[in-house]
Write a protein that binds this ligand. Structure first.
Ligand code: 5AD
Ligand code: SF4
Length: 476
């Protein structure tokens, strides 16, 4: 979901929350000479939002560029989830201002989660930016830009209860042409005590189901083979059809998207353990193209800490949920988010977090030490009393255990074969492909036959590390 790093690192990109900011690929279809440059930090949601922003800007006549120095408008889509994420963005803003000093007239804008919290500081005190636009105000960007051209410093950080950008077709700018994100809901009502998202992104709202299906169909028609349905808490997706009054649940939505085409893989992120239902599990089991992979963040393995975190489940509930997933979908993989050193966490509590990683057999986890965020429930109610070096030491223990668990899990794949969607050349060699299994495991294998990016192949695994499987294509 979020982080500085966004790649969203996610889900591909999010999937990697500690990645560095990514620059959207260039797109040159502009009807004026003006160009924008955009960097995104944080979660997959932010990357997806940047594609909505790009679409709005292209309609406004801008083209995009990957070269910051040639841009008339430099944008940064920001993340507030941890202090480090905000620090990274601030450093980038100083850098952008250096570029601006050599090319006066360049506009700098800040988008996303840092907008609300830091608008006065960035705009008025430090004068680091010309415009500030919050996550629900991107439609206002053209008006703010015109104002800024006339010398006004523009701000719109209003959060909305309705905005889902359902009608805006995102510009797929940094895509591999195989896998696309589809935002299905915005905001979050959960109020986990450590988390700033409910404050920066506002109340939860679900997008029109038919617009989601149409976006998936459009991606499929453009030869995409995989969509990832994105939301802070996808299992609480709920949309009422205004005509039939029928309620579409997340399980219903999964079916609707899965039925676009059996060759279109469907992934989703993120699931809250309290909300994922058996219906969702049955849909994953029954539809081959709904991937056998669930991101089910635990945050802590200790029930007292989970209560302080306001996660609304305890350790026993979580363990049962994991057992249920493996019972319904035996070859499912599960991944997690983990925070070490939350307020008052003891060594015994920490041991329980190491235990939940082993017991749940996560294929991967996104792991962080606790970073107090201003305005959150935890910042108001609890003392951030675990010393930084203890938080960091516990984090490294969590990383070590996760790595052992993933290694052991991957060893069990040796000798098995998996259907792999080819994503492109492997990082190390043009003679090998990389792709993912339904379980979201990365597989590298030599190019044989006439296969190409976007094809499905069966690969038998003969080697495994804690992050990658290696194998070879077998007869289909
Ligand atoms: N400190 C550390 N990690 C956090 N996360 C959210 N808020 C914080 C915080 N204040 C982590 C959670 C969440 C993930 C996206 O980021 O693990 O699931
Ligand atoms: Fe933050 Fe919790 Fe909502 Fe995730 S579910 S965005 S951690 S409040």
């Amino acid at each position: 979901m979020y982080d500085n790093n966004p790649s969203l690192e996610n889900i591909v990109k999010k999937i990697n929350p500690d990645a560095q900011g990514q620059v959207i690929e260039s797109y040159s279809d502009s009807i004026t000479d003006k160009k924008f440059y955009i960097e995104s930090y944080g979660c997959a949601m932010n990357f997806s939002d940047s594609e909505i922003v790009a679409s709005i800007l292209v309609k406004e006549g801008y083209g995009s560029t990957k070269i910051m120095e040639e841009a008339d408008l430099i944008l940064v889509n920001t993340c507030s989830i941890r202090e480090k994420a905000e620090d990274t963005v601030r450093n980038r803003l100083f850098m952008f201002n250096k570029v601006k000093s050599k090319k006066p007239g360049t506009m700098i804008g800040i988008l996303g989660c840092m907008a609300e919290r830091l608008k006065h500081k960035l705009l008025e005190q430090e004068k680091l930016v010309d415009i500030v636009v919050g996550p629900d105000a991107y439609r206002d960007l053209p008006v703010l830009l015109r104002g800024a051209e006339d010398g006004d410093r523009g701000v719109n950080v209003l959060l909305s209860r309705e905005e889902t950008y359902a009608d805006i077709s995102p510009l797929r700018l940094d895509s591999n042409g195989i896998s696309g994100f589809i935002s299905i809901m915005r905001g979050c009502d959960n109020m986990c005590s450590f988390c700033v998202v409910p404050f920066t992104r506002g109340r939860e709202r679900s997008r029109d189901a038919y617009s989601i299906v149409a976006e998936a169909q459009d991606l499929y028609d453009r030869n995409y083979n995989e969509v990832t349905l994105l939301g802070q808490n996808v299992d609480s997706y709920k949309w009422e059809d205004p005509e039939t009054k029928k309620i579409v649940s997340f399980a219903d939505l999964l079916v609707m998207v899965a039925e676009v085409n059996p060759l279109l893989r469907v992934r989703f992120s993120t699931s809250h353990p309290k909300d994922i239902t058996d219906e969702v599990l049955y849909t994953i089991r029954d539809y081959k193209n709904v991937c056998n992979y669930i991101h089910l963040p635990v945050q802590s393995g200790n029930s007292r800490i989970l209560k302080l975190m306001n996660r609304t489940y305890d350790r026993e509930w979580y363990d049962k949920k994991v057992a249920r997933i493996y019972e319904v979908i035996p070859d499912c993989t599960i991944s997690s988010d983990i925070i070490t050193g939350f307020c008052s966490e003891t060594e015994e509590d920490h041991q329980e977090t190491l235990d939940v990683i082993r017991k749940s057999k996560y294929s991967l986890s996104y792991m962080f030490y606790y970073s107090e965020r201003p305005g959150t429930l935890a910042a108001k109610k609890y003392q951030d009393d675990v010393p930084l070096e203890v938080k960091k030491r516990r984090l490294s223990e969590v990383i070590d255990v996760q790595s052992e668990v993933a290694h052991d899990l991957n060893q069990k794949d040796i000798g098995k074969s998996f259907e792999v969607l080819i994503e492109g050349n492997s990082k190390r060699s043009d003679l090998a492909f990389k792709g993912r299994t339904s379980q979201y495991k990365m597989v590298v294998f030599p190019k044989t036959g006439n296969y190409k990016k976007g094809d499905y192949v069966n690969v038998r695994i003969h080697e495994a590390t804690n992050s990658t499987l290696k194998g070879e294509i077998i007869n289909q």
